[in-house]
Write a protein that binds this ligand. Structure first.
Ligand code: FMN
Length: 138
């Protein structure tokens, strides 16, 4: 009997940072995120602009659920709004344990993204997919 692999999901949310974060604050988030994501087979992309985060995480459903629990209790941001949670059979962000783009990186590539809150699921996904094609992703 063949073993079915657990369903994979894509989760997208946006949120507001508690204060304006400097490069060191963000580096701290990314360092922990990349290490933990690697152990959970999670990939994704994080954008920080105008005091807002927009993040996509993709991976096994149970791991994504577990991670989103942690992220939603993280005191470094608030007003966390889930915009997309769906099963998927392919990753769009497999190159990154957590890719990152800030305002400067977006501006350098002339990627007009507007405000990162009040987005629909398709607007949010399009921004993240456009951003993923930039060389600036670290
Ligand atoms: C905007 C933002 C994005 C984050 N992204 C991730 C992530 O992709 N992976 C991760 O493990 N932690 C991420 N974190 C950190 C988690 O919220 C949490 O601190 C970390 O997973 C440790 O949680 P634990 O103490 O429940 O193990 C993020 C935090 C913030 C504020």
């Amino acid at each position: 009997m063949s073993q079915k692999s657990p369903p994979m999901v894509e989760l997208i949310y946006y949120s507001h940072s508690i204060s304006v974060l400097n490069a060191e604050d963000v580096a701290l988030i990314l360092e922990g995120a990349r290490e933990k994501n690697s152990g959970m087979d999670i990939t994704g992309l994080l954008i920080y602009k105008g005091g807002c985060f927009l993040q996509v995480i993709e991976g096994p459903r149970d791991k994504i659920n577990q991670l989103f629990q942690s992220i939603s209790h993280d005191a470094r941001h608030f007003d966390i709004t889930l915009v997309c949670y769906r099963e998927t059979d392919r990753r769009n962000f497999e190159a990154w344990r957590m890719g990152y783009l800030d305002e400067q990186a977006l501006a350098a590539q002339d990627l007009q993204v507007g405000n990162l809150d009040a987005l629909t699921a398709s607007e949010a996904r399009n921004i993240l997919l456009d951003a993923a094609s930039l060389e600036e992703v670290t």
